[in-house]
Design a protein around this ligand. Structure first.
Ligand code: TPP
Ligand code: SF4
Length: 200
């Protein structure tokens, strides 16, 4: 159990701050106390989420959020397990884990902070970078079709897959609540503002 949360180190205007605010509010409104929940994160700016939310927490390896969350849920079925990560973490290096988690359908809520780039490593293209976006690895504009995470999830058997937006706080919080209440694997792909590197 974490005690004494770390100070937030995200950039001013980062959507991640709003996303963790929505997660905390969703827990509060659902009456899920800190000892009844665990937040699991990967590596990236998004990886810090588990440092900033009260309760059990694990900051894991890049792309390995879902295997950790799966293990935690299997041995502690009574815990509310909420996994978080970036679009690179979940749909790049972690893609294999993602589609199998959709198929396995354990009761885990997966919140993806989708800023359409690899932000911690200073702005490379990710699996969700849109066509035409200029990043460090696509200086002339991205030419590769981005993944559609919702479609991928549904195709893999996911029983709850919704999109939210970090600038629509109340709607995002309500969707996170719905996802937590869903009895199987749930994906919330949140379009996340990243003023430092997402400039499209
Ligand atoms: C196995 C491994 N490969 C590469 C890295 C380097 N790395 C750290 S964060 C990151 C990408 C982060 O992008 P994303 O998951 O989208 O999260 P964001 O920073 O945008 O929140 C990479 C490639 C790493 N830490 N571990
Ligand atoms: S680089 Fe982007 S994602 Fe990372 S903290 Fe700054 S605004 Fe947030």
């Amino acid at each position: 159990m974490r005690s004494g949360l770390n100070n937030i180190q995200w950039c001013a205007g980062c959507g991640d701050t709003l996303i963790i605010g929505a997660i905390k509010k969703a827990f509060e409104e659902l009456g899920i106390a800190s000892h009844q929940r665990v937040v699991v994160s990967g590596v990236g700016c998004s990886g810090k989420a588990s440092q900033y939310i009260d309760g059990y927490a694990a900051e894991t390896l890049h792309g390995r959020t879902l295997p950790f969350a799966t293990g935690i849920k299997m041995v502690n079925p009574e815990l509310t397990v909420l996994a978080t990560g970036g679009d690179g973490d979940g749909y790049g290096i972690g893609m294999g884990h993602f589609i199998h988690a959709c198929k396995r359908d354990l009761n885990i809520t997966y919140i993806v902070m989708d800023n359409e780039n690899y932000a911690l490593t200073t702005g490379q293209a990710s699996p969700t970078t849109p066509i035409g976006a200029k990043t460090k690895t696509t200086p002339l504009g991205n030419t590769k079709q981005p993944f559609d995470p919702i479609k991928l999830a549904i195709d893999a058997g996911c029983t709850f897959a919704k999109t939210a937006d970090s600038i629509k706080f109340l709607e995002m919080k309500d969707i996170i609540k719905e996802a937590i209440l869903h009895p199987g694997f749930s994906l919330v792909n949140i379009h996340q503002a990243c003023p430092s590197f997402k400039r499209w």
